[in-house]
Design a protein around this ligand. Structure first.
Ligand code: MG
Length: 308
C-alpha cells in the first residue's frame, strides 16, 4: 500500500513539474533555432512546433538583443516547455564559401577583426546571461598550426580572455569542432588551460573540413564534449581542399549509430542538437529535421535500453 502511495506521489510530482522532467531527460533532442533572420538555424517559432525539449539559439543581431525580446524568448520557451542549452555566437563578415575563406574570416582568430569581435562576443555572453544560459558557443576560428609561434600564443591568450569573461557570467565556452584535427584541438584546449572550456562536437564538420574520421576524433576529445550537433556529411574527393557534402543525418559518412554509441560510452547524457542547413528550401529543411528527430529517438532508445 505504501508503495502504491509512493508511486502516485512520484507520478504527480513528475507531471506537475514538467520542466524538471525535461531537465532530467537523457540525450534530449533539439535543434539550432534563430530568433531573427540572421545566421543559421530554424526560425524560432517553427522550432517550437517540433515538440522537442531543448534548443540552441543563434544570437540575434545587436539591435534585437532587447529586454522585450529576452522576455519574449523566455516566455515562449516556458510555454512550450523547451530548455535553452546554449547561445551560439557569430560575427558579421564571416563567410563559409570555401575552406581558405573560412580560415580568413571566421571567429576570433583573424587578427584584423579580433579586437572588435572580442568586444562583441562579450555582449553576446551578457545577452546569454540575461537568458539564464550557462554556455556560449562559437566557431573559434582556425588555430595556427605552429604551436611555438607568436601567432599561436596570441590566439591561446584570446581564448583564455574569452573563457575568463564568460566565467564571470557563470558560463562555459563551447568550441565547435571541425576546423582542426582532434589532436590539434586537444593540444589547444590543454594550452588554454581553463576549466570552463568545452567542446560542442559536430561530426559532420570533421568530414566537411577534411579534419579526420569523426568517431576517432570523438574518442580523443570525448572527455571535453558537453554538447553535440547531429549533422552528417560525405567526404570530398580532395578532403581539406574542397568542401564535403552535407546530407541528412544517418545517410552520410559519420556512422550515426556508432557516433551516438561512442558518445554514450563516454557517459555523455547532454543534448543531441540537429543541425540541418537549407535556407533555400525551408520546407525541405523542416521535413528533414522532423525525420531526424524520429531517427534520433530510435537510436537513443536502442542505446539507452541495450543490454550491457
Ligand atoms: Mg555545427
Amino acid at each position: 500500500m505504501n508503495r502504491l502511495i509512493f508511486c502516485v506521489i512520484l507520478l504527480v510530482l513528475l507531471f506537475a513539474n514538467p520542466i524538471s522532467a525535461a531537465e532530467n531527460e537523457k540525450l534530449p533532442i533539439g535543434v539550432i533555432a534563430r530568433f531573427d533572420d540572421h545566421g543559421a538555424g530554424l526560425p524560432f517559432d517553427k522550432a517550437m512546433e517540433l515538440g522537442i525539449s531543448v534548443i540552441q539559439l543563434k544570437v540575434p543581431v545587436a539591435a534585437n538583443r532587447t529586454e522585450e525580446n529576452v522576455k519574449k524568448i523566455l516566455d515562449t520557451l516556458e510555454k512550450h516547455n523547451v530548455r535553452l542549452t546554449c547561445v551560439v555566437s557569430g560575427f558579421a563578415g564571416e563567410s563559409y564559401k570555401t575552406i581558405p575563406i573560412v580560415k580568413e574570416t571566421v571567429g576570433l582568430t583573424p587578427e584584423k577583426t579580433r579586437k572588435a569581435r572580442f568586444e562583441e562576443f562579450k555582449e553576446v555572453s551578457d545577452f546569454a546571461k540575461r537568458l539564464g544560459v550557462s554556455a556560449v558557443q562559437l566557431h573559434f576560428g582556425a588555430v595556427p598550426h605552429d604551436t611555438a609561434s607568436k601567432e599561436y600564443k596570441d590566439v591561446v591568450q584570446t581564448a583564455r580572455n574569452t573563457c575568463d569573461y564568460v566565467f564571470e557570467n557563470g558560463q562555459s565556452l563551447y568550441l565547435e569542432t571541425g576546423q582542426e584535427t582532434a589532436a590539434a584541438l586537444l593540444q589547444f584546449i590543454r594550452d588554454v588551460n581553463r576549466l570552463n572550456l568545452h567542446v560542442n562536437f559536430d561530426p559532420a564538420n570533421m568530414i566537411l573540413y577534411g579534419c579526420g574520421e569523426p568517431v576517432e576524433a570523438l574518442r580523443l576529445v570525448g572527455g571535453f564534449v558537453r554538447s553535440t550537433h547531429c549533422k552528417d556529411a560525405c567526404w570530398a574527393k580532395q578532403p581539406g581542399k574542397e568542401w564535403g557534402e552535407e546530407v541528412l543525418f544517418g545517410t552520410g559518412d559519420v556512422n550515426a549509430p556508432l557516433f551516438l554509441k561512442t558518445l554514450h560510452d563516454f557517459g555523455y547524457t547532454g543534448p543531441l542538437i540537429i543541425e540541418r542547413e537549407n535556407r533555400e528550401n525551408p520546407e525541405q529543411q523542416y521535413n528533414d529535421i522532423q525525420k531526424t528527430i524520429e531517427y534520433l529517438k530510435q537510436l537513443r532508445k536502442n542505446i539507452l535500453h541495450r543490454p550491457n
